[in-house]
Design a protein around this ligand. Structure first.
Ligand SMILES: CC(C)(COP(=O)(O)OP(=O)(O)OC[C@H]1O[C@@H](n2cnc3c(N)ncnc32)[C@H](O)[C@@H]1OP(=O)(O)O)[C@@H](O)C(=O)NCCC(=O)NCCS
Length: 202
């Protein structure tokens, strides 16, 4: 993996960010259930969250900038009322200490196929960690499935640890894997990338 590239990251406000995510998800043909902007706004409104997008220039046209990778995270708490999040917390409770600690849930993310393997997702992950530590979070948790091999490999490289495995009754490829990374300030010294981070303005 190259660590000599410069990465361009934009942090979005909620409404604009939700539209940007909806737009980039159109390029992920492999996942039929895409999130709409409305779903994203519903989930993130009222809770601390971070919407990050990496952009790059087209190789054959350096004047055109395109979104290539994204990552969305939000806080989860012990007392979630939303049924999906309450269920998530129930599944995490044995593996994550919520009391007196702030937990960031890395909800959705990905890199467009043609742009994979260039460090964009690592760049977003490192920026997410920087933000999370600055905001006082203690741990980042993420959920994936056995069959999402690229994501599992990537989370491995990003030093996430498996904290829970939930076997699917009939199809082990569908089994859920929960992972986490504890946030220590010294983590930032191990970050590799060179980033330019911009706040999106309307
Ligand atoms: C997983 C995904 C986000 C990785 O994005 P990416 O921009 O290619 O990742 P990066 O280039 O930043 O790589 C980050 C690290 O993961 C490693 N990595 C990336 N793809 C990998 C793969 N397929 N297998 C193993 N490791 C991989 C890289 O080597 C790198 O490690 P390093 O920095 O230590 O060298 C991308 O492949 C993707 O969008 N896949 C589909 C998304 C998905 O599976 N979603 C399911 C829902 S969880």
């Amino acid at each position: 993996m190259t660590d000599r590239m410069d990465y361009f990251i934009t942090q979005y406000e909620l409404e604009q960010g939700a539209l940007e995510i909806q737009y980039i998800e159109e390029y992920f043909g492999e996942f039929p259930r895409k999130k709409t902007a409305a779903e994203i706004v519903d989930r993130l409104r009222g809770r601390p969250h971070l919407i990050l997008m990496a952009t790059a220039t087209l190789p054959h046209d350096p004047t055109t900038v395109v979104p290539v990778s994204f990552k969305v995270a939000h806080e989860i708490r012990d007392d979630e009322q939303d049924p999906k999040l309450a269920d998530l917390v129930t599944h995490l409770r044995d593996a994550v200490q919520f009391e007196g600690r702030r937990i960031l849930y890395s909800w959705i993310g990905g890199t467009r196929r043609d742009w994979r393997g260039q460090g964009h997702f690592r760049a977003l992950s490192e920026q997410q960690e920087f933000w999370a530590i600055e905001q006082g979070f203690d741990e980042i948790v993420v959920k994936t499935k056995n069959r999402f091999y690229e994501m599992r490999g990537t989370l491995d490289h990003l030093r996430f640890e498996v904290i829970r495995y939930e076997r699917h009754q009939t199809d082990n490829a569908e089994s859920k894997v929960y992972l986490s990374k504890r946030l220590m300030p010294e983590l930032l010294t191990r970050h590799r990338g060179r980033y330019t981070v911009t706040q999106a303005t309307l």
